[in-house]
Design a protein around this ligand. Structure first.
Ligand code: UTP
Length: 289
């Protein structure tokens, strides 16, 4: 029996060094694209994929992320008093049903694999999604919904993948591929951050996963991988062969908001999608290019 996908883990305990000094006292995931923080894009995408339970993996200086999904009673009362209905409505996306969001502390950022292991009690025996809020995706169908559909069809692990230039393989987890129907590709091997000449393909994993709970057992070995970190990719690789494992070429455009240029590109792309801003943004862009 294929268990339905209802849980999501959102790791947000990284140091965000590429955005210093902005991230000295502010969590990277609270940086906004237009007017919404990165974390909210991820939560809204997860909700649209049927996720009901959320677990944030936080670290030092990340309390604003938890606060963001709390009720801001005084703010809401003031907005109501002043008839600021639009501003009030804008808060709807960050309101959660009681008991549906929890946070777990990763005291030391030992790597993405370790962050996921910290959620082991939340995950239990259930399949779960992982969303890295750095990756913001513009698409018709939410990216995680596409992955969830593939999971419900295959009953196994599914990761979102995209082709990258060979020169960039050292930044990603890379697939060794088997059967490929052009959309869904069988994963026969996984390598974290291989050098271009050693990469088995150029299909790279982006920050969306649906995994089976068995991955926790593999993470419990605490093996250090690329960069001395406990890598999720290495633990996922151990499930190949015993469980179905696929990469999904998702439909959509992904912006790497953990990178300065990717973050700026996301601002422009999302602003151009907004009827209230698109005209103004287009006309000022023309002045610069
Ligand atoms: P990144 O590799 O982007 O690292 O992590 P980072 O610390 O966030 O940013 P830079 O590279 O220093 O600028 C990918 C994701 O994994 C989480 C991060 O919060 C981010 O969502 N992460 C990473 C953890 O939660 N814990 C870790 O130990 C490492």
């Amino acid at each position: 029996m294929i268990k339905p996908l209802r849980k999501a883990v959102l790791p947000v305990a990284g140091l965000g060094t590429r955005f210093l000094p902005a991230t000295k006292a502010l969590a990277k995931e609270m940086l906004p694209v237009v007017d919404k923080p990165l974390i909210q894009y991820a939560v809204e995408e997860a909700r649209a994929a049927g996720i009901e339970q959320f677990c944030l993996i936080t670290g030092r200086g990340k309390t604003a992320l938890v606060e963001h999904f709390d009720i801001a009673f005084e703010l809401e009362a003031t907005l109501r008093e002043r008839d600021k209905t639009e501003a009030l409505a804008s808060l709807e996306g960050c309101s959660m049903q009681p008991g549906t969001i929890m946070s777990v502390r990763q005291q030391v950022p030992l790597g993405l694999g370790h962050a996921i292991w910290c959620a082991r009690a939340f995950i239990g025996d259930d399949p779960f999604a992982i969303l890295l809020p750095d990756d913001v995706i513009l698409s018709e169908t939410p990216c995680l919904k596409q992955l969830a559909d593939a999971y419900h069809a295959t009953g196994g692990n599914v990761v979102a993948v995209v082709d990258v230039p060979r020169a960039h393989t050292g930044r990603y987890g890379i697939l060794k591929t088997g059967a490929d129907d052009g959309k869904l590709v069988e994963v026969t091997g996984l390598v974290e951050k291989p050098k271009p000449e050693a990469a088995p393909s150029t299909l790279s994993i982006i920050g969306r996963y649906v995994l089976l709970p068995e991955v926790i057992g593999h993470l419990s070995r605490f093996e250090r991988g690329a960069g001395g970190e406990i890598q999720l990719t290495d633990a996922m690789a151990r499930m190949i062969g015993s469980k179905p494992f696929h990469g999904l070429r998702y439909e959509g455009r992904r912006f790497d908001c953990g990178d300065k240029v990717g973050f700026l590109e996301a601002q422009i792309a999302f602003a151009l999608k907004r009827p209230d801003m698109a005209g103004q943004v287009k006309s000022f862009l023309k002045q610069y290019v």
